[in-house]
Design a protein around this ligand. Structure first.
Ligand code: KG4
Ligand code: ZN
Length: 340
């Protein structure tokens, strides 16, 4: 099946063309970072407008790169939620309009389902597995039994990991989005005895809390009394990264031990993090579990990642009707069970 995938949930406008839920023929991603950077975060109204301007352009470019025409398309899948409602509506309305005009089925999907299954575009990972989904809005551990069968085992009680990275970057005066910048500076720096708290680490659950780490960084910077030097910023980044990576990996390891599942998929924008990847690889060897990451292009927001589940549901006749609407908030546990 030849599927067009669309993603507009936040600040990337993306269109992908994927064959049989496996082969990426095109995956065009345009970022709005330049528009939002000066505000230090995503401005929802600007995001919607930029999606409106860009959606037709990315679709045309994806079709061109894939060397197909709209008439070759057999289905459309799109992020239905969660995300910024105005931004989601651009992708959703486009998907519905194209499906209606072309007389083909469409399906609206959960954004994190896309992230979690992205790795399957690159390699086989057998079900069941554990997924650590870490992005700007999610920090969840899921048990994944198969496509459409997800159970939340743990989640952040406050900020998401990516959100904490972005907020810490902002308070250090670094550019937006901050995750990749902190990751780079952390690699250049040395925590040298600076230790930030690891919230919930020793509590016997699989939940996370990131706002405490962020506040600890804020308090530390305030106590310095003056703007931190470049060397000090690198040290803070290293210490913040150590704390974040430790809570993410220790909780995931606990999920491995509790469930007996020997496969872990790390997904979402934060899965790009070099410190996180390194630590996971070390722990996987030491504790004898498999760890899988999508390549960097498929970690961040992109449309092709949606086509794995999109193709699966469309194949089984699980298409949506035109009355289906976008959802700003949506739990993955309830997102797909009605289809499988
Ligand atoms: O999945 P994603 O592209 O969008 C959402 O669904 O939120 O994730 C974006 C998040 C941002 O918070 C960004 O700062 C973070 O992923 N991120 C990183 C890295 N690259 C992106 N965080 C830590 N280390 C990175 N290398
Ligand atoms: Zn995302």
């Amino acid at each position: 099946m030849l599927v067009l995938a669309l993603e507009t949930s936040c600040d990337e406008t993306s269109a992908g063309v994927v064959r049989d839920g496996k082969k990426i023929l095109a995956n065009v991603v345009t970022s709005q970072i330049d528009v939002h950077a000066r505000y230090g975060g995503v401005v929802p109204e600007l995001a919607s407008r930029k999606h409106m301007e860009g959606i037709a352009v990315v679709i045309q470019e994806a079709l061109r790169q894939a060397e197909v025409t709209v008439d070759d398309l057999e289905g459309v899948c799109v992020t239905r939620g969660p995300g910024l409602i105005g931004a989601l509506l651009v992708g959703l309305s486009t998907a519905k309009a194209m499906a209606f005009a072309l007389g083909i089925p469409w399906v609206g999907l959960h954004h994190m389902e896309g992230h979690i299954l992205a790795v399957l575009l690159e390699k086989e990972v057998s079900f069941p597995f554990l997924a650590l989904a870490v992005s700007g809005a999610h920090t969840h551990i899921y048990r994944v039994e198969g496509i459409g069968r997800y159970q939340t085992l743990g989640r952040t009680l406050d900020d998401a990991a990516g959100e904490a990275y972005d907020k810490v970057a902002k308070l250090l005066g670094l550019s937006y989005p901050g995750g990749a910048v902190i990751d780079r500076l952390a690699a250049e720096g040395d925590a040298a005895g600076l230790v930030f708290p690891r919230p919930l680490l020793h509590q016997d659950n699989l939940d996370f809390s990131f706002s405490g780490i962020k506040t600890a960084v804020l308090n530390y910077v305030r106590r310095l009394g003056a703007a931190p030097s470049d060397a000090e910023i690198r040290r803070i980044c290293a210490a913040f990264q150590e704390a974040s990576v430790e809570v993410l990996t220790v909780k995931t390891l606990r999920a491995v031990e509790r469930t007996g599942l020997q496969r872990v998929v790390v997904a979402g924008g934060v899965a790009c993090n070099r410190g996180l990847r390194e630590r996971f690889r070390f722990l996987a060897q030491e504790h004898g579990f498999e760890v899988h990451f999508p390549s960097a292009d498929l970690c961040g927001d992109n449309a092709a990642m949606l086509a794995v589940a999109g193709d699966f549901y469309l194949h089984r006749g699980g298409a949506d009707g035109l009355e289906v609407n976008a959802l700003a908030q949506w739990s993955l546990d309830s997102a797909t069970f009605h289809r499988v």
